[in-house]
Design a protein around this ligand. Structure first.
Ligand SMILES: [Zn+2]
Ligand SMILES: [Zn+2]
Length: 353
């Protein structure tokens, strides 16, 4: 464990260059890092097909549409969109300082596989590549629309983040506005690029490679690390090494390397506590407005809500009340935990078992 000069845990503030905010790291208060026991839990048998799952092949959805008997990635328009082309246009006028506008946009669902029982971590690398290709297509198609200024692709995984249907899938919100976090990152990236001629994310990667104690996975064209300025205990970024403003700009070999690194991170997450690891995963891609986003470096961010098994990171006074994160774990220590578990998924039985 990286320690302060006094041999205590880390107690300092770290600057988050993409969000442009301070993170308080108060890891000195935890005496011991979590020591590696797993949570006893029943590994229920989950069927490969569930007749009342609205995402399984051949099933009916609430809209009355029938899913095709798909065998790879399947994309459809969300039946309960939060933004939609037919959102109400005639709104009650807002008073004074308040303003409103129609919630136009496009919301889609992306099923990863017809298999109800698998997770992204359990897909073959080639299936992850196919998913990345599908996301590329979505970004290009939706992002090229005049009425779409940003394409947010994300996955919520696990009951603790409110997922009731475990059929592996992500969602897409193509919106008329740029989501706040992306807006901040785009502004920070553009300013840094103007001032230095370098993408800020290249400097982040460089610092991670120099410190070399928070890297979780790496190959020729991609890298995953638990950033120096992480807000969540097991926050991990996955990125191509070359700067591309979106996933859509990665070439085939970059997609292959990215898929392998993404899968390795997912497997390490699951292996940590030998359970499906809950997270919010978001693709951070440049806005599709008319801005100059040459300095924007596409990456995937994982925000796992658990600090230790069955214990959520509670967002309270500092986070909700003040807007900055208080982390009581050390990124360096958490990176050691993720690196120390096998890179083969625990559900894959070896011939000896
Ligand atoms: Zn299903
Ligand atoms: Zn980001």
């Amino acid at each position: 464990m990286t320690t302060s000069p006094h041999g205590q845990g880390i107690w300092e503030e770290r600057w988050h260059p993409l969000r442009e905010e301070w993170v308080i790291v108060a890891a000195h208060r935890q005496d011991r890092p979590w020591s590696g026991e797993t949570v006893p839990h029943e590994e229920q048998q989950i069927p490969a097909y569930v007749s009342d799952c609205y995402l399984c092949p051949g099933n009916a959805r609430v809209s009355g549409a029938i899913n095709p008997t798909y065998d790879g990635v399947f994309v459809f328009d969300n039946d309960h969109p939060c933004v939609g082309l037919n959102a109400p246009a005639n709104l009650a006028p807002a008073t004074g300082i308040n303003k409103n506008r129609p919630a136009t946009g496009i919301a889609r669902v992306v099923c990863y596989t017809p298999r109800h029982d698998l997770s992204l971590a359990q897909l073959q690398t080639v299936e992850v590549e196919n998913l990345l290709t599908a996301w590329q297509k979505q970004y290009r198609e939706l992002g090229s629309r005049d009425d779409v200024n940003h394409v947010l692709i994300f996955e919520n995984k696990g009951e603790v983040v409110g997922v009731s249907n475990r059929h592996p899938h992500s969602q897409i919100y193509a919106t008329n506005f740029v989501f706040k976090t992306i807006e901040t990152e785009a502004r920070a990236s553009a300013r840094h690029y103007q001032q230095t001629g370098r993408p800020i994310f290249q400097e982040i990667i460089e610092a991670e490679q120099t410190d070399n104690n928070r890297i979780i996975a790496e190959n020729q064209k991609s890298i995953a690390f638990l950033p120096y300025f992480a807000r969540y205990a097991y926050e991990v970024y996955v990125a191509p090494k070359q700067t591309h403003s979106s996933l859509a700009d990665l070439d085939d070999s970059e997609v292959q390397d990215f898929a392998a690194t993404l899968k390795e991170v997912l497997v390490r997450f699951d292996n940590l506590w030998q359970m499906p690891f809950p997270y919010v995963m978001a693709l951070h891609q440049a806005p599709t407005d008319d801005g100059d986003h040459r300095g924007f470096h596409f990456h995937v961010e994982f925000h796992p809500p658990l600090r230790i098994p069955n214990l959520l990171k509670y967002l309270a006074g500092p986070e909700i009340g003040g807007g900055n994160f208080l982390s009581d774990t050390s990124p360096e220590q958490k990176a050691i935990e993720l690196r120390s578990v096998p890179a083969t998924h625990y559900s894959v039985k070896t011939p000896h078992e």
